[in-house]
Ligand binder design. Structure first.
Ligand SMILES: Nc1ncnc2c1ncn2[C@@H]1O[C@H](COP(=O)(O)OP(=O)(O)OP(=O)(O)O)[C@@H](O)[C@H]1O
Ligand SMILES: [Mg+2]
Length: 330
């Protein structure tokens, strides 16, 4: 039975959106495996507006306003939370989540499928079709997240053109046509290529790009980072929360700066902010300056040598010395 989930606008400006959840039909051959792929809601997840925006689009889709389904690709720098948004959207709508990376190595046979040889038990072999990653996902309700869209080679992308446009289906070499179900959603994620290079990525092929609604995912600002830190680490003392949030926001602002002489070359991802720095604070809890120590061991050690001066400049401007420890209250 579908349930109803309500998405609220974090800015409080728009009305809440209620959506029915998806249901995995009990008669699918892979029902148990598929149901197991429904993600759990993350209690530490903070909706900065993306879930609400995805829900608003979902509502439009369900209203049947457009003829061709709208597939959304989230474009943003490393560790801005693109995959996490899609995973949490799947969790709330109870959709099995299939994350399929499109690296340069991935070939269309991996995605679509291929004929494999099997022993026939009589000393010979027989050939059988075996679904690839996307085909398998398309056989039931799914939220398919094609990650690193712009890392895939052109031939791989061409194989997906029909699926993503009005045709809404994948033609298999076996003659079978696999249709995009009404309870399947295709999303993508990618890093921007304009500003910095991410090894192995390229600008998206224009015809492929035209099959997506591309939404920009920006770096969170200091207040948003604070809310994520507080949610995840309720015992982290306020001066630490504000200083870490400012350090990250300043580094990332410098990363997006136009001035090539002063900008940093590596942003501070949410993984650094939410996982590595707090781990460092635990480790160096009794140090004279726990944040400085965590910064040296878990942030600066991550960046290229030429970036160290830039990071130091930000540190000096924001902190100079970290707040007094211990960082976590009892
Ligand atoms: N809204 C959020 N609330 C709380 N934590 C978040 C949020 N968004 C992301 N995170 C955390 O930040 C980290 C990075 O998120 P994620 O892996 O989704 O980034 P990404 O944009 O897909 O990065 P990449 O481009 O490197 O693949 C994860 O550890 C995730 O749990
Ligand atoms: Mg990702």
């Amino acid at each position: 039975m579908p349930e109803t989930v309500t998405f609220t606008d974090p800015t409080g400006q728009r009305k809440p959106i209620a959506l029915e959840t998806f249901v995995v039909p009990g008669d699918l051959p892979d029902v148990a495996q598929r149901t197991g792929k429904i993600p759990e809601p993350d209690p530490h997840y903070v909706d900065l507006g993306m879930l609400y925006k995805l829900a608003a689009l979902e509502k439009v889709r369900r209203a049947g306003v457009t003829d061709t389904p709208l597939h959304v690709a989230l474009r943003g720098h490393m560790g801005t939370g693109k995959d996490h948004d899609l995973e949490q959207f799947a969790a709330l709508l109870r959709l099995p989540y299939y994350r399929i990376p499109l690296t340069g190595e991935v070939r269309d046979i991996t995605l679509i499928g291929s004929v494999k040889l099997y022993g026939d038990g009589r000393g010979g072999t027989e050939s059988r079709w075996e679904d690839g990653d996307i085909t398998r996902a398309l056989r039931g309700p799914a939220l398919i997240s094609l990650s690193e869209l712009n890392a895939a080679g052109a031939e791989t992308l061409f194989a997906l053109h029909g699926l993503l446009d009005r045709y809404q289906a994948l033609d298999l070499p076996t003659g079978e046509t696999v249709h995009l179900r009404t309870d399947t959603r295709v999303f993508g994620t990618m890093n921007p290529t304009d500003l910095r290079d991410y090894a192995g990525t390229q600008t998206l092929n224009k015809a492929f790009a035209d099959r997506w609604v591309i939404w920009e995912k920006r770096f969170p600002d200091a207040a948003q980072i604070e809310s994520m830190l507080v949610r995840r680490y309720p015992k982290l003392k306020a001066p630490f929360v504000t200083t870490i949030a400012r350090l990250a926001a300043e580094v990332n602002e410098s990363f997006t700066s136009r001035d090539a002489r002063t900008r940093v070359g590596t942003p501070m991802s949410l993984r650094t902010v939410l996982d590595r720095i707090p781990a460092g604070l635990w480790m160096y809890s009794d140090d004279a300056d726990p944040l400085r120590r965590a910064w040296e061991e878990f942030v600066v050690s991550h960046i290229d040598a030429f970036d160290e001066d830039h990071y130091e400049t930000v540190w000096a401007a924001v902190a100079r010395r970290g707040p007094d420890g211990p960082p976590f209250s009892r």
